[in-house]
Design a protein around this ligand. Structure first.
Ligand code: MD3
Ligand code: FE
Length: 203
């Protein structure tokens, strides 16, 4: 059940539902090695969303800026490997949306507790914007907001639910987007949290 939201932006509703329990148990193992943490913005503010990563590169933010690095700054070890099931899901979803050359080298893990929001931003820390980004929503629903290529462009919003997958490529790759404050509507398996996995080609 797919729908194009904007040229290059495709929602694959419930695409990951059958794989969700496996993803969640693999995620548990990843987060034991690389726990979720709240990072600082370059300006020194605490990011509300909790983050971790798996794959060859992990996204970080600190007083020096936003970037992808090979080592978890907490453990000093390489980020946990990306499980093959994660990689397969991202590749399958990208292909279903028309991007047949996507191989992720990074998966950013975002956790939202009730009341957490993500302000409007663009994803510009990757080397090559020709690669799409694939996002997988798990747990509580959230209202996702997206606009245009300028912050001032009008916004649209859609509800993202457990198992929904979004692919953002081509003309949609640099759209402004964010997430409204997440309401507490506990999910059957994940409880009072929303997890978002974004698969990227960082380098
Ligand atoms: C549109 N995450 O991690 S996922 C992010 O739900 C991020 O956690 C949100 O924005 C979340 O950067 C939104 C959907 C998404 C992800 C990446 C995009 C939409 C995007 C990149 C470009 C355009
Ligand atoms: Fe983003």
């Amino acid at each position: 059940w797919t729908e194009t939201l904007f040229p290059g932006a495709v929602i694959l509703r419930r695409y990951a539902v059958e794989r969700a329990d496996t993803l969640i148990s693999e995620l548990d193992a990843i987060l034991r090695q690389a726990p979720l943490r709240q990072m600082k913005t370059p300006g020194g503010r605490t990011i509300a969303v909790q983050n971790s990563s798996c794959g060859e590169f992990g996204w970080i933010s600190d007083t020096h800026g936003y970037r992808y690095i090979r080592f978890d700054p907490i453990s000093k070890a390489p980020w946990p490997a990306m499980p093959q099931g994660f990689k397969d899901l991202a590749i399958d979803a990208a292909r279903a949306a028309g991007f047949d050359k996507f191989i992720p080298d990074s998966c950013l893990i975002n956790r939202y507790l009730p009341g957490t929001k993500l302000s409007l931003h663009q994803d510009k820390d990757e080397l090559d914007f020709n690669h799409p980004i694939v996002s997988v929503s798990l747990g509580m629903p959230a209202i996702f907001v997206f606009g245009g290529l300028q912050r001032s462009d009008p916004l649209s919003s859609i509800k993202l639910e457990h198992g929904d997958v979004l692919v953002w490529g081509g003309p949609a790759r640099l759209l402004f987007h964010g997430v409204k404050s997440v309401k507490d509507q506990p999910h059957g398996t994940l409880g009072s949290q929303r997890i978002n996995l974004t698969f990227r080609r960082a380098k």
